[in-house]
Write a protein that binds this ligand. Structure first.
Ligand SMILES: [Zn+2]
Ligand SMILES: [Zn+2]
Length: 1011
């Protein structure tokens, strides 16, 4: 990393691509209230990988990073640090002090996040970040709001909303969908008796899990079409829920409508003054409760709507901090949690309680402070979505979503969303520029300049567009001429802040480019970002690609889409990569308040940035990622394979004086005779490049990693393994092939693991090749080194499967790999015939035959549970075809029967070895059988092999150079090996002299100086 800085590699890259065709990426801002966590590092990794990839492909990129700097997220952190527990505490602390603390928090976090991201290898234009609390960003949102107001979409609503009593603000519908909001929680389950006024001795029984809402009850709802029954004890309930009960009278719900009853808390003034009545409601369900629903219009959305329909009173029992108002008598001043038991006890004493138990359910909590939410009636500012909804759906249909189901989620959301609640009763956020006047007009300010024009006082102290300063500016009403209008106190939904970014950071409708012009207001000193001009916006809008976690479908992706369609009538991005959640290793959600968030710094220490990046990249986006250190070990093992391959090449290359040609990477090694296996490896390299390109173009780096692992296995466990001997005595074609094969592997994995690949590039390429770029990241994206010979690749793939099956057959028979065997028979691996020498060698068999002898009887049947659901009624014909043996194997693992193709996993193969005592294993349609019988010759050969292995081990332990020639002396027990196997042993261990020494217990080796 220091080297990147010293050499200014990133700046070189930016110069290299400047002015090329643009690839526009817009960064979703990370909230600047914390250090970098691993969940954020996941997203940052994906962003970095694809930006690096596109840059390697030669596209020009902006690399602008973004920080989310205002709103509840920032406030909550500051409140925690200052020990403030309510809005009143903040007001006492002073808004100016609080705002300054919020900015300090952001400044600290910006530094932390930048440092962590750099350590992650994230190449961004650090220092030119967009910060959503800049005055410029705020002004762009003002302009958006003013535009909407001109269309009549903005209104002030009075309605029931989810409310956080601690934060003292409403929470909007899309915030409820954030992860961690719904949590299991036990609430009381109360059945309450409500005496019917017209029918003495009879009661309605209602059910609730929120005791605090009972004092606000005004109605009981029944389903007009369902039957209700009267129990002998005088209780009315829905018949269907209690089918075994005796009822003395049964009536349809509509006949209960209009009955009056005594409220649950008529002793408290608001309830006592209210008429309680039974109303009809078609949405009454019978899955819970009694079929008679307690209605408190001040405490629920549907209840509130019913109040409108039926002219019911709306009792709002609690204030914005969730405490009962003073007219609620003995409940006054208590919180909803505090009254829980008091309410139950009081009902009990008065004989109103039928039953009180516990009920565990999934309940929404505040996403920032974890307090259980309540419903409350509040005045909020809304954007009417009815007119824009069809346009949003239309725009979404043109967006390319990966995985595709996330586009469907967006579609569902757009179809179902309510009007957008944009106001929050908080402090450090976007100041809503609404100035209501006594004359009835609301002045909406669209820019700072307009504020200045209309201001009548307070401008002199306006240091930035935040509370408390902005609140002190008074403006003039153009309608009636009043001069003392003050701003509403609400701030805006944070998703407005991030949603405007495709306009504010790109300079939409800005006439003249302003250097440093974006970093205004609170952002001064934290960024140098320019405010570009409209030409620039036209070039970079819409984004080609954005990526964030799935929950952003209803958050940032949504707010951006909404604002963009509203302002310019089209989507702000062409394609999206969404990914699922990150969970802790035990599958729990990661949550700030649960203490199981992992700080990226800790993960860097434990696994290193590259390993972490690999883990993130290898993970399919449609599954939750369980973050833990176990997964890191597997990655490290894979990397060790890569590392060992490079070391092999370097060690032998150094010994043999190998000098690579940079031009070999384009077109393959020329001027040397390539063997078939060389062409195979280069072909595999080409294929891997093609697959990698294709996968990244579909935003699926996980597929690239899968493919890369296969390639690495071919390179290391086949190419190097099969050609080891060629490297011992300088075979130029082998060296050059392996070099191209290894460097190509590095290049496709470079965006994923920028550090390791840079290091290896330096060793393998930049060091020895003068004409090569100094950095792998400046070398462009790899091109396929040679044309692919597909037939050859298929042959070799089959060969490797034959070898694997043969190895399994050996282990089935419990025979060590080093023990030679007499014979193996292959069935179904005809394509491997040309490579029988390789197979014999790998399996250590003296004779290999293909298909000539029947040794294994294979029966194939459909895998009914797997294939049945797919085929349906066709299954019968297929089963019959299999039963009569009327099926055909295609050779690639699939089977044709009754005109249907069944994939490898859709059939079950069973095999019986027909030769007495043989062992067999199979891989799809390939079977390998081996004769495990050992004779004296085979045993002796096995011992010779074992000896060779031990001697080579000994050479290593005693620190011999790989080229050292040795004198070997053996104890008497090995003397019988020297007859047949002497030359072979000598060649394998580089012995120039072998003798038997009866005095020795173990072999002895010593270097023979070269003459
Ligand atoms: Zn809260
Ligand atoms: Zn006015």
């Amino acid at each position: 990393m220091t080297w990147w800085d010293d050499e200014d590699v990133f700046a070189q890259l930016r110069n290299q691509i400047a002015g090329n065709e643009p690839f526009s990426f817009i960064d979703g801002p990370v909230t600047a209230n914390k250090e970098l966590g691993v969940h954020t590092a996941w997203g940052r990794t994906l962003k970095d990988v694809f930006q690096r990839y596109k840059a390697m492909r030669g596209f020009d990129l902006r690399f602008q990073n973004g920080f989310d700097c205002q709103g509840l997220w920032i406030e909550v952190k500051v409140e925690q640090e200052l020990g403030l527990n309510s809005k009143q505490d903040i007001e006492e602390y002073g808004l100016e002090n609080f705002a300054n603390k919020c900015r300090d928090k952001v400044a600290w976090s910006v530094e932390e996040l930048t440092r962590g991201s750099k350590r992650l290898g994230n190449w961004m234009d650090w220092g030119n970040d967009y910060l959503t609390f800049s005055d410029t960003n705020i002004e762009y949102i003002w302009r958006f709001l003013k535009t909407l107001d001109a269309r009549g979409w903005l209104y002030k609503g009075h309605r029931a909303t989810e409310w956080c009593p601690r934060c003292g603000t409403s929470i909007s519908q899309h915030e409820i969908t954030m992860s961690g909001v719904y949590q299991e929680r036990a609430d009381p389950s109360l059945f309450v008796r409500l005496p019917i006024s017209e029918r003495p001795g009879e009661s309605l029984v209602v059910w609730t899990t929120t005791p605090w809402t009972l004092p606000a009850n005004v109605a009981a709802a029944v389903h007009p079409e369902l039957d209700y029954g009267l129990r002998p004890n005088g209780e009315w309930v829905a018949v269907e829920i209690y089918p075994d009960d005796d009822f003395t009278e049964t009536r349809p719900g509509r006949e209960l409508v209009g009955w009056h009853y005594e409220g649950p808390f008529d002793d408290l003034e608001p309830g006592g003054a209210t008429d309680h009545v039974v109303i009809p409601w078609k949405d009454v369900t019978l899955d819970q409760g009694t079929g008679i629903v307690h209605i408190a219009p001040g405490c629920g959305t549907e209840d509130f709507e019913l109040a409108g329909e039926h002219g019911l009173a709306v009792l709002t029992p609690v204030d914005e901090s969730g405490r009962f108002y003073s007219d609620y008598g003995w409940l006054a001043g208590l919180t909803t949690a505090e009254v829980r038991q008091k309410v139950i006890d009081d009902l009990e004493v008065r004989g109103r309680l039928v039953e009180a138990t516990e009920y565990v359910h999934s309940y929404p909590h505040c996403w920032r402070c974890d307090t259980p939410l309540i419903f409350r009636i509040a005045d909020d500012w809304y954007i009417d979505v009815s007119e824009i909804r069809p346009q949003l759906l239309e725009a979404n249909s043109g967006i390319d979503w990966t995985p595709a189901y996330m586009g469907k989620l967006m579609n569902d959301w757009l179809n179902n969303m309510d009007d957008w609640n944009i106001s929050r009763s908080r402090f450090y956020g976007l100041p809503l520029p609404f100035y209501p006047c006594e004359c009835g007009e609301v002045t909406i300010i669209g820019s700072k300049r307009e504020l200045e024009e209309k201001a009548t006082s307070g401008l002199d102290q306006l240091q930035e567009l935040h509370r408390p300063w902005v609140d002190k500016v008074k403006v003039r009403c153009d309608h009636c001429g009043r001069t003392d209008l003050t701003r509403v106190t609400e701030v805006g939904d944070v998703w407005l802040d991030a949603g405007i970014v495709p306009f504010s950071s790109l300079g939409w409708q800005n006439d003249e480019w302003i250097e440093g012009g974006y970093a205004t207001g609170a952002a001064v000193g934290l960024s140098n970002a320019d405010l570009p001009d409209n030409t620039y916006w036209e070039k970079w809008f819409p984004a080609d690609w954005v990526t964030e976690m799935r929950e952003q479908v209803r958050l940032w992706f949504y707010s951006q889409l909404f604002m963009s369609v509203a302002l310019v009538g089209k989507a702000p991005f062409r394609s999206v990569l969404g990914y699922e959640k990150m969970l802790a290793e035990d599958g729990r959600e990661m949550h700030g308040s649960w203490g199981n968030l992992v700080i990226a710094e800790e993960a860097f220490e434990k696994m290193g940035a590259d390993v972490m990046r690999w883990m993130f990249c290898a993970h399919p986006p449609d599954r939750n990622l369980l973050f833990g250190y176990e997964g890191a070990h597997e990655v490290q093992r894979k990397l060790l394979t890569l590392w060992n391959s490079v070391r092999f090449l370097v060690d032998y290359g150094n010994i043999e004086g190998f000098e690579p040609n940079y031009s070999d990477l384009h077109g393959g090694p020329d001027g040397v005779e390539l063997r078939e296996i060389d062409r195979w490896l280069l072909g595999r390299a080409s294929q891997t490049v093609e697959n990698a390109t294709e996968a990244l173009d579909r935003w699926r780096v996980d597929e690239l990693i899968e493919d890369f692992k296969d390639y690495l296995d071919d390179l290391s466990n086949w190419y190097i393994r099969r050609n080891r001997r060629r490297f011992y005595n300088f075979d130029e074609a082998a060296f050059r092939t392996l070099w191209v094969g290894t460097v190509t592997a590095l290049r496709i994995i470079a965006p994923t693991m920028p550090f390791l690949t840079e290091h290896l590039w330096n060793i393998l390429v930049a060091g020895p090749c003068d004409e090569a770029p100094r950095s792998i990241h400046l070398a462009g994206w790899a091109a396929p080194p040679i044309e692919i010979d597909h037939a050859l690749l298929t042959e070799m793939a089959v060969t490797r499967r034959v070898v694997e099956a043969g190895r399994r057959a050996r282990s089935e028979a419990n025979i060590k790999l080093r023990q030679p065997l007499s014979k193996a028979i292959v069935r179904g691996g005809d394509l491997a015939r040309n490579h029988s020498e390789d197979i014999k060698n790998e399996l250590r068999v003296h004779e290999l035959v293909f298909d000539e002898e029947t040794t294994v009887e294979v029966t194939i049947k459909p895998n009914f549970p797997v294939v049945g659901p797919r085929l349906g009624s066709k299954m019968k014909d297929v089963a019959a075809a299999f039963a009569s043996g009327d099926y055909e194997e295609t050779g690639d693992g699939t089977v044709l029967a009754a005109g249907v193709e069944l994939a490898q996993h859709e059939v079950v193969r069973t095999e019986r070895v027909t030769l007495e005592g043989w062992a067999a294993a199979h891989d799809g349609d390939i079977s390998v059988a081996i004769d495990p019988t050992l004779d004296d010759d085979l045993i002796q050969e096995g011992r010779a092999l074992e000896l060779i292995r031990r001697l080579n081990e000994q050479r290593k332990q005693e620190g011999f150079d790989v080229t050292d020639r040795i004198a070997l002396r053996l104890p008497a027990e090995h003397s019988d090996l020297l007859g047949t196997h002497q030359d072979w042993i000598a060649a394998e261990v580089l012995a120039v002299l072998i003798e038997v020494d009866p005095d020795l217990d173990a072999p002895s080796i010593e270097v023979v100086p070269e003459r």
